[in-house]
Design a protein around this ligand. Sequence first.
Ligand code: PBE
Length: 268
Amino acid sequence: QRENSVGTLFDYNIIGIDPGSGIMKSTALALQDYKLEGWNLIEGSSAAMTAALDKAIRKEEPIVITGWTPHWMFNKYDLKYLEDPLKAYGDAEEIHTVARLGLAEDQPSAYEFLKRFHWTSDEMGEIMTSIQSGETPNKAAAQWAEAHKDHVDEWIKGIPTVAGQSLTLSYVAWDSEIASSHLLQYILEQKLGYKVTALQVEAGPMWTGVANGDVDFTAAAWLPLTHADYWDKYSSQLEDLGPNMTGVKTGLVVPAYVDIESIEDLNK
Ligand code: PBE
C-alpha cells in the first residue's frame, strides 16, 4: 500500500457481498488482472453492501462496491460502473432459468411457463423498488403481476392448471433474485395452481439443489461468466431453459462524485 495513492482514499477496501456469489470470484480475479496489490475484497451480504453504500453517500465519502444491474441502487443513487477494459466482468451477461432433469415430464405446466418466462430489467426494477420502499416481497410481486396482467397472461396462455402439486425453487438473497423468485412463486401458485416452496440459500446450495434434483428450478443463474464455475461443474445434471433476462451486468461501482472512471485508475 502506497501513501497518497488512490487506494488510500478507499482504505484499499472494495465492499463485496456473500462469498458464494459469482461477482466475488470475478472481483478476486479482477484484482489479479489489474494488479491491484494491497486491496481487500470485503465479504458480507447484499444488505450490508447497500447499507455501506448509503452511509458513504450520506457523507459523500469515497466507496467502491461490487454492483450489478438490475438493481434499485441505480435508481436511488447517482452511481457509475468503473470501466473494465480487460473485461474481467465479461461482456453480454444474461440471467437464465435452470431446471432439474425430468421437470418437463414431471411438471409440464411449470416447465412450459418457466420456458416462456422472460422479462426486462426495467420490469424487475419495478418490483425491486417497491420492496426497497418497504413493501414485502410477496406483496410487491403480487401487485406487479396484477398490474401487468397482459404480460402475465402471455406467459401462462393455454397452460393447464394443476391441483396443488408441490414445486421447489431456490434463490439467493440478492435483491434482483428476491424480486424474480417471488414473482415466479406468485404466478405458479395463483395462476397455475402449484404449491411452491421458495428456498433462500447460499449460491452453492442453490445450484447443487437443482443439480441433485432436490430443487425443481432456479431463475437466478447468471451466465456465461458470473456463475461459470457452477455451470461447468453441474451443467450435465441440469437443463438450461434459456435466458429470462438479457443485457444484465456486473462490475465495480462508485458514486458519481468519485473522481475515477476505470478499474485501472484504482492503481494510481
Ligand atoms: N449477483 C446478482 C449474483 C448473481 C445475481 C450479480 C450479485 C452473483 O454475483 O453471483
